[in-house]
Structures are given as C-alpha cells and as structure tokens.
Design a protein around this ligand. Structure first.
Ligand SMILES: Nc1ncnc2c1ncn2[C@@H]1O[C@H](COP(=O)(O)OP(=O)(O)O)[C@@H](O)[C@H]1O
Ligand SMILES: O=C(CO)[C@@H](O)[C@H](O)COP(=O)(O)O
Length: 490
C-alpha cells in the first residue's frame, strides 16, 4: 500500500456528465491527488453512452442515479486502497452537472441518516429514489412545460428578468413539471428534490443538503436578485414544490459536518466540514479565478462560455446565474450542447478516430478555411435552438466538404458561434482579454489555436483540465474561512 505523508487539505469533487472526479488540494493550493471514474468504461453494467441514456423519442435524456452513487463508492475505495489519509481533510465541496434532478423517495432521509459503515453506499440507497433515471441537462423533452411556465409569469422576457433565463427545456423547474404531469404518483412519493450538486453533497452529509444560489439559478425557479424561490414559478411547475426543494443557501455556506459513515469507514475526521456543492460551471469560474474582461471556455461534454458580471442583463439568449464566489455579483453563461461529442463524431468520420489525425487536418488547412464554413448540430442545440449539419462554401450551401476542410469548418464554426453569442450579451474583446480554456478538449493545442484566432486573444489553459474540481476545493477553503457577511450573504 502506497503511503501518503500527512498533509492538511480540502477535497474537490465533480459529478459531471461522463465521470465523477476528485482532487485533493493542500493549504498552498497545490493539487496532490487526482482520480476519476468514467461511467461508460468503469460502470459497464449501466450501459450508458457518454454517461447518459438517450430515450427513443431522441429528446429525453437520463442517467441512472445509482450509477453516480456507485462511482463515488469506487473512488473512495480506491483512495483508501492507495493509503490516502482522509483524517487530514479539513473540508470538502463539489460540483455537479447543472440542471439534472434527483428524486428522493419518502423515507429516504431515514436511510441517509443511518448508513452502516460496513456496506457500500449504493447497496444501501437502492430503494431511496422515486425516479431511478434522473433527467439531465441534455434533455430537451419539456417544450410544453416551458411554454406553460413563460405564460404563467407574463412571457419569456419577464421570466428571464426574474430568474436570469427564459424557459429552457433542461432547466429543472420544467423537468419537475414534466415528472409531476406524467408521473404524479412518483411525484407524490418524493420527499425531496435535489440538483445533482446538492444530491452529491447530501451523500457526504448523510442528510439533505440545501441547493446553493448559483446552481439554483439554473432551474427557472429562483429570483436571482432576491435569492428566494419565485412563488409564481413554483406554482406553475408543481404543487408542494417549496417543501420538496428546501430553502436555497449562499454558495459558500458550510452545510454541516461529514456523516459518521465516512468517519467510520474511511477515517475522515468528524470535524471535516461540507461546503455547499454548486454547478460545474460556477465551480469552474471559481477554479479559474476570472478577472474582468476575461472569458472562460469550458470544452467538456458541452461547450460553455462564462464571464463574471457585476450588473446582470438577463436576455432571451444565454443565462445569468448568481455568482458562486461573491453573492453580490453574477455570472453569465452560454451553453452549447454540440461540444465534445460532436467533435468526436467528426473525428471518427473524417480523422480515423484519432485526435492526432484531427490535429493534422487543422494544421494542414488555413485560418478562414478558404471561405468554407460549417455548423454541426447532430442533437438539438441550445444556443440557438437548431438541428442538422449546415455547410457553406464562399458562394453556396453545399452538402459535403473534403475531410480536412470539414474538420476546420467544425472547429471554426463552433468558436465563431461562441464569439457572436457572447457579443450579443454585451461582451467585448478588450486588449487585455485573456481566454481561459478548460475541459477535456483543452488538451488539444490545435483546437485552442483556432479559438485564439477566432477571438484574436491569447488562450491560457488552466494547469489542470479539472477546473470544476479544483474550484470546488478552493470553495471548500473559502467555506472554512467562515462566512464573510459582505461576500457570502449578498
Ligand atoms: N486530445 C483531445 N482533443 C479533443 N478533445 C478531447 C481530447 N481529449 C479529450 N477530449 C474530449 O474531452 C471530452 C471530455 O471532457 P471532460 O471535460 O472530461 O468532460 P465532462 O467534465 O463533461 O465529463 C471527451 O468527450 C473528449 O471528446
Ligand atoms: O447545461 C449545462 C450548463 O447550463 C452544462 O454545461 C452542464 O452543466 C453539463 O456540464 P459538463 O458535464 O458538460 O461539464
């Protein structure tokens, strides 16, 4: 067994679309431990692709909630086997893919509070969920519920002014409304609804964790200025929703001490604090330590682009969330669903399934692609709502490109869309602008060169692609310092 020297630290977790990841960060903010469990590869029995199940209608997308629990068991067991000294963990926090929801069955809280340290979590929580397949952010099956919600508050712009976004299919309020309408029995047997982030925090707490303001902003339910649930939105989605959600809390709140399960099974200190978990994009904003004018681009399963904002300007395209680091401020976020999985498809079709062949194609073609441009949306895009592959030469719409042209058209098109939509939200590239890239595809220098060319600004890669994890560990340190009334309370 490898021994790790004693080193006081915080843990940062990320329950993202394709994997669960963890980092340990010491008091000098050095990352000294990283691990991950990939759902498709390490949990074959759940049969996911890219961490999810796409249903027959092509719109409904879910993930098995027990798969997330089992992934946590696997990582913790591996850490223990490697000799990781859990007693040195001062605090932990984490992130979750945004918008996804978990439905705890009546009675589940009793199971959570009396976990036996002799058994793995997923064995004990089998019967705890009234909905076993959690809707996730890739789901776009709730258009009817979106229109109902917008109508209830006086239109899309009114909803955006109130909650930071017009109604989006993946936003949790609309997902809850669909479950209530289609499966009222399961809804009535649900005692608590968590986001993926607050669900993961609940596993560590051994009781229900509140939803934080920042991830709560991705539900179409939270009034982002007042930081309270909107009664009109709750009422439009489902009955008794407020009691099932619990009250939202500032993102840097300490929500409690770690459950005795982890103390007894893994040797955590009973004083180890759990700081509210948040969304993966808010956690990345914390991890990347953005400055004004900077723009962060996360190239994970989805491509997201985010900025720190002082004055929110809710619009019909894009989202405003409460800021996870300073509750007086906000963040803007644009999400593009056809990110890494779309790049993988074109890589498989036009670059023999190889990222190095993909890079060679980018190197062998010129910036501007000889006037050839393409937009590739194999699944219904979020920004804007569109599907299909659309290719244009300098003169006409065309049906196909040579392989290398196809690859450059994809990458240039993806980054041009990001710049155009960010500018529509009021963002301007400034002389001091830095682009901070993170996520799996930020390992690819040739993709990043196109990003730099399209924005005309330098691109920096965060020293770890796991910015959501690292941001979560930073947030755990922030929570340990205790509440700062001006920053944490808004
Ligand atoms: N060298 C590479 N070039 C381009 N994309 C890559 C490369 N390595 C990994 N990726 C992409 O990174 C994606 C995973 O990113 P990651 O940030 O880990 O995902 P998430 O956090 O959403 O689970 C994969 O789907 C893959 O397409
Ligand atoms: O829907 C959004 C943001 O609004 C997505 O960005 C999810 O938060 C998923 O994140 P990744 O797993 O792709 O990082």
């Amino acid at each position: 067994m490898a021994e790790h020297p004693a080193r006081p630290c915080c843990l940062g977790w990320d329950f993202s679309t394709q994997q669960v990841k963890v980092v340990a960060v010491d008091a000098e903010l050095n990352v000294f431990y990283e691990d991950s469990v990939n759902f498709d590869r390490d949990l074959l029995e759940y049969g996911t692709q890219g961490g999810v199940h796409v249903h027959e209608d092509g719109l409904t997308v879910t993930s098995p909630v027990l798969m997330w629990v089992q992934a946590l068991d696997i990582i913790l067991e591996r850490m223990k086997a490697s000799g990781f000294d859990f007693s040195q963990v001062l605090a932990l926090s984490g992130a979750g893919q945004q918008h996804g929801s978990v439905y705890w069955k009546t009675g589940a809280s009793g199971v959570l509070t009396s976990l036996s340290p002799d058994l793995l979590l997923h064995k004990q929580l089998q019967a705890c969920f009234s909905i076993r397949d959690s809707p996730v952010w890739m789901d776009s099956s709730t258009t009817a519920q979106c229109r109902q919600l917008e109508a209830a508050v006086g239109g899309a712009q009114a909803l955006s002014g109130l909650t930071g976004s017009r109604a989006y299919e993946r936003f949790t309020g609309n997902q809850i409304a669909k479950i209530y309408q289609q499966n009222p029995e399961a809804y009535s047997h649900t005692e608590r609804i968590s986001l993926v982030s607050s669900f993961a925090a609940s596993l560590f707490l051994g009781s229900y964790s509140p939803i934080d303001y920042s991830d709560g902003s991705g539900m179409n339910l939270l009034q982002i200025q007042d930081k309270v649930w909107s009664q009109v939105c709750l009422g439009a989605c489902a009955p008794h929703l407020e009691e099932k959600l619990g009250s939202p809390v500032p993102s840097c709140s300490v929500v409690g001490a770690i459950s005795s399960y982890y103390v007894q099974r893994y040797g955590f200190s009973p004083g180890c604090k759990v700081v509210a978990f948040t969304g993966d994009n808010p956690a990345s904003l914390a991890g990347m330590r953005l400055e004004e004018g900077d723009i962060a681009v996360s190239l994970g399963t989805s491509d997201t682009l985010f900025l720190w904002l002082r004055e929110p300007m809710p619009a019909l395209e894009g989202h405003i969330f409460c800021n996870p680091v300073d509750a007086r401020h906000y963040m803007a976020l644009l999400c593009f669903k056809n990110g890494s999985l779309m790049r993988e498809k074109i890589r498989d079709e036009s670059a023999s399934c190889s990222w190095s062949d993909f890079s060679e194609a980018l190197q062998s073609t010129e910036m501007g692609n000889g006037g050839n441009l393409g937009f590739y949306f194999d699944v219904m895009e979020i920004t804007p709502e569109i599907i299909g592959r659309h290719r244009f030469s300098a003169e006409n719409q065309v049906s196909a490109f040579p392989r290398a042209v196809e690859i450059r058209a994809l990458i240039e098109g993806q980054f041009m869309a990001k710049r155009i939509h960010a500018e529509a939200l009021g963002y301007r590239v400034m002389p001091k602008t830095k682009i901070l890239a993170t996520g799996g595809a930020s390992h690819n220098r040739d993709i990043l060169q196109v990003l730099a060319d399209v924005f005309g600004a330098p691109v920096y890669v965060t020293d770890t692609a796991n910015s959501a994890c690292v941001g979560s560990a930073y947030r755990a340190f922030q929570g340990l310092r205790g509440p700062s009334p001006s920053i944490c309370q808004a």
